[in-house]
Design a protein around this ligand. Structure first.
Ligand SMILES: [Mg+2]
Length: 219
C-alpha cells in the first residue's frame, strides 16, 4: 500500500497526464524573512522598539505604525542585498529536493519588494545558492500570483488574490498572522507530504485518462 502522497501523485498524473505543479513561496516559507528584518531594523534603528519576529497579528508590516516606524521599515526593506542574506527555513530546501525527486514539477513563486533595487535579483541569487540552477530557472517573480499556472501554491500570505481567479489551490504555511484561518495548512516542512497529498486529493475527482476517457479505479 502506497503512502498518501505517492497515491495522490499517481492519481493526479493519471487524470491530468502530467505530474502536479507545486509553486513554493519564498519569504517566511523558504527563507526567514522576518527574523532578518527585525535584526536589521534593530541594528539600523536601535532607538525605535520592534517586537520579536513571529508575533505579528497582521501580515501587512505597516499596519498601525507611526510615521517614524514606517520610514524605518521602508529604509530597511529598501536596503540593497537585504533579500540575498536570508537564512533558510529548516527543512524547506530538503523538501523542495524531495519534491523534485518525487517527480513533482516545482517552481519557486515569489513577490518582490518593488522599491528595493536589488530585491528581484537577490531572490534569484538566493534560489541559485540554496536550491541550485534548475530551480533558479523555474522561479517566477511576480506581484500577482493569481496569474501563475500551477496546481498548489504553498504560501504564508493569509489570502493570495490578484487580477484573475487562480488555478492553484492554496496550502498555507502556518505563521502567526494566518494561524486562525480555515483551510489546508502545514505548520512546518515536516508536514509537507501529508499536506500536499490532502490538497491534491481534494482537487481531484475521479481520474480519467485523457486519451481513452476511461475511469481508472483506485482504493
Ligand atoms: Mg511569504
Amino acid at each position: 500500500m502506497s503512502d498518501p502522497l505517492t497515491h495522490a501523485l499517481a492519481l493526479h498524473t493519471a487524470k491530468e497526464g502530467r505530474p502536479p505543479t507545486v509553486l513554493v513561496d519564498m519569504d517566511e516559507v523558504l527563507c526567514h524573512w522576518e527574523k532578518h528584518f527585525v535584526a536589521s531594523r534593530r541594528r539600523r534603528f536601535p532607538h525605535i522598539p520592534i517586537a520579536d519576529a513571529g508575533n505579528r497579528d497582521s501580515f501587512d508590516l505597516f499596519t498601525g505604525l507611526s510615521e517614524e516606524e514606517r520610514r524605518a521599515n521602508t529604509t530597511v526593506l529598501d536596503e540593497p542585498g537585504f533579500f540575498a542574506a536570508l537564512e533558510p527555513v529548516p527543512g524547506g530546501v530538503e523538501a523542495v529536493g524531495e519534491m523534485v525527486r518525487a517527480g513533482i514539477d516545482v517552481a519557486v513563486c515569489t513577490s518582490p519588494w518593488l522599491s528595493n533595487p536589488t530585491c528581484a535579483s537577490d531572490k534569484l541569487l538566493w534560489v541559485q545558492e540554496h536550491l541550485g540552477p534548475e530551480l533558479a530557472n523555474n522561479t517566477v517573480i511576480t506581484r500577482d500570483k493569481s496569474r501563475v499556472l500551477g496546481d498548489v501554491l504553498i504560501d504564508d500570505k493569509p489570502e493570495v488574490t490578484g487580477a484573475v481567479q487562480p488555478q492553484w489551490s492554496l496550502l498555507r504555511f502556518t505563521r502567526h498572522y494566518n494561524r486562525l484561518l480555515e483551510g489546508p495548512r502545514i505548520d512546518d516542512w515536516s508536514q509537507w507530504r501529508e499536506g500536499l497529498a490532502r490538497v491534491l486529493l481534494e482537487r481531484g475527482g475521479p481520474p480519467r485518462h485523457p486519451a481513452s476517457g476511461q475511469l481508472t479505479g483506485h482504493g
